[in-house]
Write a protein that binds this ligand. Structure first.
Ligand code: FE2
Length: 212
C-alpha cells in the first residue's frame, strides 16, 4: 500500500530560493513564516484527505477528528489575529509606509467567510450527523484564497529587505514571543475585543500547533 502525505492537493511553499541567504533578516523572517504556513497547509491537506475516510459508525473517531479540525481552525485564527494586531502594524512602522500590509489583510478577509463556515461545522456537528463529503466541500470553499494568501505573504516579507534588518528581525521575534506566550490559543471571547467563536478544544490539544 502506498503512503499518502499531507503535501497535496494544496501545494507547500518552497524556501530553497532564500532560506540560506543571511544578507538580510527579511530572508530569515520569510523562511520562518513559510515554515509556519507550511504547517497550516499540511493541516489543511490532512483534513481534506482524511474527511471522507472517517468511519461513519465510529463516533469516538469522528469526535477526535472534529477536535483535530477545531485545533487547526483555532491555530489559524490565532496566527492571523496576531499578525493583524501586532506584526503588520510593526512592519508598517518600520517601513514608514501606512498600508504596506493592507493587501495581506484584504486577503485574510477573502478567505474568512468560508473558513468560518468550516469552523462552525466542526464546532457544532454531532458525531451522528458527520458528513465527510460536506466537510471536504467546506474546505474547498476557502482553500484557494487561503493558500494564495499563505504563499503571497512570503513575497511581501522577502521584500522587506529594503528596510532596517535588525528591526525586521525584532518585529518577527516580537510576533514569535506573542505566539508562544499565548500558547498558540486565542484568549476566551470575553477577553477579546472582537472575534467570532468560542474555544471548545482542550489546551493540550492545541499545543501541537506552533505558528511561531
Ligand atoms: Fe502568516
Amino acid at each position: 500500500m502506498s503512503s499518502q502525505w499531507a503535501d497535496q492537493p494544496y501545494p507547500l511553499i518552497s524556501t530553497l530560493a532564500f532560506s540560506k541567504d543571511t544578507s538580510h533578516a527579511a530572508n530569515y523572517v520569510a523562511t520562518e513564516m513559510a515554515l509556519a504556513h507550511n504547517g497550516m497547509i499540511r493541516g489543511l491537506n490532512s483534513i481534506y484527505l482524511q474527511a471522507p475516510l472517517i468511519p461513519s459508525s465510529d463516533s469516538a473517531i469522528i469526535r477526535d477528528f472534529l477536535t483535530y479540525c477545531q485545533c487547526w481552525c483555532e491555530s489559524m485564527h490565532h496566527h492571523h489575529d496576531s499578525e493583524e494586531e501586532t506584526f503588520f502594524p510593526t512592519i508598517e512602522r518600520i517601513s514608514g509606509i501606512e498600508g504596506l500590509m493592507a493587501e495581506n489583510i484584504e486577503q485574510h478577509r477573502a478567505f474568512t467567510p468560508g473558513f468560518q463556515a468550516l469552523h462552525e461545522y466542526v464546532r457544532t456537528c454531532a458525531p451522528k450527523d458527520y458528513d465527510g463529503a460536506k466537510l471536504k466541500s467546506l474546505v474547498e470553499g476557502f482553500a484557494d484564497p487561503l493558500t494564495k494568501h499563505l504563499h503571497d505573504e512570503i513575497g511581501t516579507l522577502r521584500a522587506l529587505d529594503k528596510y532596517d534588518s535588525k528591526q525586521v528581525r525584532q518585529a518577527y521575534k516580537q510576533l514569535e514571543k506573542l505566539m508562544m506566550d499565548t500558547d498558540n490559543v486565542r484568549p476566551p471571547q470575553s477577553e477579546r475585543e472582537h472575534g467570532a467563536d468560542e474555544i471548545t478544544v482542550p489546551d493540550s490539544a492545541t499545543r501541537v500547533w506552533n505558528c511561531g
